[in-house]
Design a binder for this molecule. Sequence first.
Ligand code: GDP
Length: 213
Amino acid sequence: MATFCLLILRSLKGVTKPLEIAFVTSADNYRTLPESPVEVAFVGRSNVGKSSLINSLANRKQLARVSKTPGRTQLINLFETPGGGTLVDLPGYGYAAVPGKIKRGWEKMIVGYLQEREELEMIFVLVDGLIGPTDLDLMMLEQLRDSNVAFTVVATKQDKVKSSKSATRRIELATACQIDAAEIVWTSVSTGLGIDQLRTLVNRCLNTNPNRR
Ligand code: GDP
């Protein structure tokens, strides 16, 4: 009875189940990653809100560490779902305080992963909803278009955008990313906006046939 009520409540409120993801491993090189039938990846510049968003998708506090010092998450982190699909947390790019050599190493690692990881079904590119895409974000989007990798732009921290500016901001962000405004998933971990939509998208990608590319 309790389960039934919960299901009714969920369907009324449109609340999806938190993603059941469990940490598997970290790697500093995409070539050493374990095999996976299908995976989705999250990428974005340091401090964009990636760890917070992954935690929110899973409804867990410390799954992906919300770093106090941006750029400290230098590894590829893998999370497994019960269906066998994998969620990949790629290192944040563009943290100014990191020496150039290390930065170039990370960037090479991310690009290598994107170009060579056959299992990759979808990459979620996180862009700060208030700040808009940085030059590095735009380079990332160009890279994905060149590599023919399916991507979804996720705008973070929507709660920071003034409601009077919200509509304009959506159009500006879409124009800068060269996509349709309706294709962007707007999120906020503070209000919960977009979390359901993103969970649904992730679930849909991870349940698809892995023999896509
Ligand atoms: P990461 O470096 O991309 O993993 O970013 P974090 O998840 O560590 O977040 C960076 C900062 O942004 C932290 O102070 C978070 O609390 C904050 N933050 C993340 N998401 C949101 C959001 O939706 N709204 C607001 N207001 N702050 C957020």
